[in-house]
Design a protein around this ligand. Structure first.
Ligand code: ADE
Length: 249
């Protein structure tokens, strides 16, 4: 998969060299290219923003540098001779969910446009929206100072879904929010050795060797945690899927 990121803070994306994403890059599973938007400015001060039409606080990112940057990146031609999906992080976008992460992980090429200030001149989104698949995406109901942190969040969620990136292919099966048997439930607690730590013991069922009881216990724990932390998820859950899960275990 190829990922391009256009930003005025290329250094903000340095964590993409670390850990899971960094290793995927080193193995050639991810081709990540970070670009400095100011490379597509032509004035002495490398201006990327201007005052908003209609007034109001803050500044708006000018359309010309974005247009030139995206034209050049798109023209460079991506993998599989397919156009990129443009991902525009904005608090006004659609929520970023595990479902969207799965969908984006299937695209061969993503171009991210993290903005600063009050956002990018709307005409950039309209112009590319006419020719490309453009997704305006929010990572949550809060406002950050820019889209770079959301890009890091999205890239990590997407990269771990790519074939061969996670060590153990099973390890996203029971993730919170993963589609499948435990869909709509948060993951329950996990334990490792030693069997007793600071007087706290591990739940006895986990050493019972009884797979059915363990599956049932995990499901109950997941339910309790979901009810406590995300009651909204219980509403849309499918109890029949849990029962099938228990019978299969
Ligand atoms: N830019 C600023 N806040 C954001 C958010 N919550 N999601 C995506 N992009 C953003």
């Amino acid at each position: 998969m190829r990922l391009d990121v256009v930003t005025i803070f290329p250094e903000y994306l340095e964590p993409l060299n670390v850990s899971l994403v960094g290793k995927a890059r080193a193995r050639g599973q991810l081709d990540v290219r970070v670009h400095d938007l100011r490379a597509w400015t032509h004035d002495k001060h490398h201006t990327v923003d201007d005052t908003p039409y209609g007034g109001g606080p803050g500044m708006v990112m000018k359309p010309e540098p974005w247009g030139e940057a995206l034209d050049e990146i798109v023209a460079s031609g991506g993998p599989e001779a397919q156009p990129p999906v443009l991902v525009v992080p904005t608090p006004s976008g659609r929520p970023f969910t595990q479902e969207l992460a799965v969908e984006l992980s299937l695209a061969p090429w993503l171009v991210f446009t993290p903005a600063r200030y009050e956002g990018i001149d709307r005409r950039v989104i309209e112009d590319y929206g006419d020719r490309f698949d453009v997704r305006e995406v929010s990572i949550g109901d809060y406002v950050l100072a820019g889209g770079e942190a959301p890009v890091l969040v999205m890239v990590e969620a997407i990269a771990r879904l790519l074939p061969g990136v996670l060590g153990n292919a099973e390890s996203h099966r029971d993730d919170s929010f993963a589609p499948g048997v435990m869909a709509d439930l948060l993951e329950g607690p996990v334990y490792t050795k030693p069997p007793e730590w600071r007087g706290h013991e591990i739940p006895e069922v986990l050493v019972s060797g009884h797979h059915g009881r363990i599956a049932r216990w995990r499901r109950d724990q997941a339910l309790a945690r979901t009810a406590a932390n995300r009651p909204d998820l219980i509403e849309r859950a499918d109890p029949e899927a849990w029962d099938k899960h228990d019978r299969a275990a």
